[in-house]
Write a protein that binds this ligand. Structure first.
Ligand code: AP5
Length: 218
């Protein structure tokens, strides 16, 4: 099962992708998480990506495609994968199609997650992330037990730099201009079913809708 979760910042791709992977035994491949890990480790990739991420702009396609190819090669041809935050441009989608073909596998489904800008902005303003273990909280809807501290590993939580209001606005614009056209790109391919899931519902309800979309894909 190879699935793409496509949707604007804050719609819940990370939250739902992790839950789906736990339930279905799939690999969660988040390009945002891979880039943030590279930044923490201070690798050349991380340094290259930093300025783009801080401005809310997309990291160049060749950097992203190389990173994803490497990850897929490590996972092997039999892994089921949930892509979160990739592809984000038509060239990335074309590169993914070529990579999957080389691996002898194919894309099963594209899930388009939706929510109004008001919901997205509020979620991102309330998001707190653990830089050590990757747990994600929200001060409005899913706060940690102890304010500012990760309940999983005890590290201090952070508000992502790209979650400040001006950068969020830029990320929403970038999504509309460069990533939303992918919906039409996939809708033009009859072999790849595209399904829409309302991401503004409660976490559990979004997950139920997502799993039902997965069952239809089999
Ligand atoms: P990335 O990390 O991929 O950011 P994004 O796509 O903007 O998505 P987010 O992580 O902000 O949101 P999400 O949809 O995962 O929501 P979440 O589940 O966390 O990318 C960051 C940057 O890296 C990019 O700007 C770019 O620079 C670069 N990059 C990454 N991939 C790239 C690529 N392919 N090409 C080029 N550049 C790339 O939820 C958000 C909050 O809401 C959380 O607090 C959560 O707890 C809460 N929440 C979630 N669901 C619900 C719900 N149903 N109800 C209530 N609260 C909820």
């Amino acid at each position: 099962m190879i699935v793409i979760l496509l949707g604007p910042p804050g719609v819940g791709k990370g939250t739902q992708g992790k839950l789906l992977c736990e339930a279905e035994g799939l690999e969660h491949l988040s390009t945002g998480d891979l880039l943030r890990a590279a930044r923490r480790e201070g690798t050349e990739l991380g340094l290259q990506a930093q300025a783009y991420m801080d401005r809310g702009e997309l990291v160049p396609d060749d950097v992203i495609v190389g990173m994803v190819r490497e990850k897929l090669r490590k996972l092997g041809p039999d892994a089921g994968v949930v892509f979160d935050g990739f592809p984000r441009t038509v060239p990335q989608a074309e590169a993914l199609a070529r990579t999957l073909e080389d691996l002898g596998t194919r894309l099963d489904r594209v899930v388009v997650m939706t929510a109004d800008d008001g919901v997205l902005v509020r979620r991102l303003s309330g998001r707190r992330s653990c830089p050590a273990c990757g747990m994600v909280y929200n001060v409005y809807t899913s706060p940690p037990e102890q304010e500012g501290i990760c309940g999983e590993c005890g590290s201090e939580l952070v508000h992502r730099k790209d979650d400040d209001p001006a950068t969020v606005q830029n990320r929403l614009d970038v999504y509309r201009q460069q990533t939303a056209p992918l919906i039409e790109f996939y809708e033009r391919q009859p072999a790849v079913p595209v399904v829409e899931v309302d991401g503004a519902q409660k976490v559990e309800d979004v997950q139920t809708a997502l799993r039902s979309a997965m069952r239809e894909a089999r």
